[in-house]
Design a protein around this ligand. Structure first.
Ligand SMILES: Cc1cc2nc3c(=O)[nH]c(=O)nc-3n(C[C@H](O)[C@H](O)[C@H](O)COP(=O)(O)OP(=O)(O)OC[C@H]3O[C@@H](n4cnc5c(N)ncnc54)[C@H](O)[C@@H]3O)c2cc1C
Length: 489
């Protein structure tokens, strides 16, 4: 069985030397830096769960590719059952981490690549699919963590790619030789890439004639020569840097959702890792199939897990305050549950209505309509859940003093007395739950949830493409016995 233990995963990162910058400084060790460490911990958890009897059914599956048990995050769905398990894994990982499972975007990119390389080979006679499957076999056999990178800086959005002054604002091929390709450009907002073994890179957008150099997809080791990570740095990063004890924080171990800009400065990629190069009509298929898979996850599965954290904290605060009988608070909690279950239902519907795409490829993708609806719903539902939790939590969510005060002899007694709500619960616990809600409601998650997997307009554009009103029109005609006009002779 190729599954790594969490300890082996950590060991496997040690020889890698990614070039990482954060807050104006080089990060010498991603294992030791407090903020990059959160990604290591989240990935590590995915290895622990795969070996844990309580979660291995969710986190592992049999891979026909290597005829062995693999981590689910390296598997390409080959049935609706696989898609349902994928949805369940998204919720399980999110509710246990309270942040991203950083193997998720790579997992979704595998689906898009498996499907589109098959189609390119069928239509064009290329040999991308066997190449991709060899790569995937290697990933499964070594049980690697793989990040996914699509989003690009882009130039002026009202102009076409070829009209941008800087031709590298979308990643492109700058050289090709008998051994491989050289790429230059950058990917932005990329989750957890610096603590992964590998990056899978897809185009961000459709490409057109003349844009062949931008139509490129490949895999690269995360520490390949020429790759630089410039990490996000937020007030939450600073808070983690300044903490005396990580237990002061809203999510002590796994932290916030960590991303970085990944710069590719003339990075060489050997041909056996190139899965799309110049066949521009297929860039859009790579993007839309990725989006189809990722929107089910971001809309209907991981945000369900995040909402569970928020609902749990709101409920605890209700109890600390003795508000169990407050009707409006019970209604607010119920509204949160309804929004959560609506999200879950859409995600599961996307999975159970999934289909093989293209037919014959053996790759199952979620239903496009339901996947986009689930992401669209969650964009608004998540803000609403944050608002409801904010109401229940009260101003303390944003006015809370540092948990350091509980160790400050000059004010400890005051803090313990006046933040106790007169309950039997230790004040430290009450403060920690408020801190967790601060993380969720006054942090990075609102905008993060909105934009992760694309902003709402991207889902609406996709929906406009798939919605077909013919059936509904015909239903009305049938009810009213309206006959179609006879066709012109
Ligand atoms: C927490 C987080 C994690 C992420 N992780 C990853 C990851 O691992 N891998 C990855 O590839 N990406 C990742 N992303 C990126 C995410 O997919 C993008 O943020 C998202 O697609 C939106 O792109 P953008 O941020 O560039 O915003 P923009 O595209 O700039 O959107 C801002 C606004 O401009 C509008 N807009 C943009 N272009 C046009 C246009 N041409 N015409 C009209 N309106 C337009 C949008 O609709 C929106 O209203 C992550 C994002 C977040 C927040």
């Amino acid at each position: 069985m190729p599954l790594m233990t969490p300890e082996e995963f950590e060991e496997s990162l040690k020889p890698l030397k990614p070039k990482v910058f954060m807050n104006g400084k080089r990060v010498e060790s991603i294992l030791e830096n407090r903020n990059t460490r959160t990604v290591v911990e989240a990935n590590k958890a995915s290895y622990a769960w795969a070996l844990d009897p309580a979660s291995k059914d969710i986190m592992t599956c049999h891979s026909p590719l290597i005829d062995d048990v693999v981590n689910r995050y390296t598997h390409v769905s080959a049935s609706r059952e696989d898609l349902v398990k994928k949805a369940e894994a998204g919720t399980f990982t999110a509710e246990n981490l309270g942040t991203c499972i950083y193997r998720c975007v790579g997992y979704d990119a595998f689906h898009s690549l498996a499907s589109t390389t098959w189609e390119m080979d069928r239509d064009l006679g290329t040999s991308y699919r066997p190449r991709f499957l060899e790569y995937l076999k290697m990933v499964q056999t070594k049980d690697l963590s793989v990040a996914g990178a699509l989003t690009e800086p882009r130039g002026n959005r009202s102009k076409k790619t070829l009209d941008w002054q800087d031709p590298y604002l979308s990643l492109r091929v700058v050289d090709k030789n008998k051994d491989g390709i050289v790429v230059r450009g950058a990917k932005i907002n990329i989750s957890g890439a610096f603590a992964s073994h590998e990056l899978v890179v897809l185009p961000q957008a459709a490409h057109f004639k003349g844009e062949e150099d931008y139509a490129v997809a490949f895999a690269t080791p995360a520490d390949a020569e020429g790759i630089t990570y410039i990490c996000q740095y937020t007030p939450y990063s600073a808070e983690r840097d300044l903490a005396d004890d990580l237990e002061e924080l809203g999510n002590p171990v796994f932290g916030q959702r960590e991303t970085s800009m990944v710069v590719f400065d003339n990075v060489f990629v050997p041909w056996n890792r190139v899965f799309h190069c110049g066949e521009y009509p297929y860039s859009v298929k790579l993007v839309t199939r990725f989006a189809k898979t990722h929107r089910m996850t971001c809309g209907g599965t991981c945000k369900v897990g995040f909402m569970n954290q928020i609902i749990g904290a709101a409920k605890l605060i209700q109890e600390y305050k003795g508000l169990q009988k407050a009707t409006h608070i019970n209604e607010e909690l119920m509204e949160m549950v309804i929004l959560r279950e609506t999200g879950r239902a859409c995600g599961l519907a996307a999975a159970t209505r999934g289909a093989e795409e293209p037919e014959g490829s053996g790759v199952f993708l979620p239903d496009e309509l339901m996947g986009n609806v689930s992401k669209l719903n969650v964009c608004n539902a998540f803000w609403r859940v944050m608002a409801l939790a904010g109401d229940i939590g009260g101003g303390l969510i944003v006015t809370l003093p540092s948990l350091k005060e509980l160790k400050n002899p000059e004010v400890k007694a005051y803090v313990e007395e006046f933040y106790s709500f007169g309950s039997d619960e230790p004040t430290e616990n009450i403060m920690k739950v408020h801190k967790l809600l601060q993380n969720w409601t006054a942090g990075l998650h609102g905008v993060g949830t909105w934009h992760g997997a694309g902003p709402v307009m991207a889902q609406k554009i996709m929906l406009q493409r798939v919605i077909d009103y013919e059936r509904e029109k015909n239903l009305v005609k049938q009810t009213l016995h309206i006959k179609d006009k006879p066709e012109d002779p």
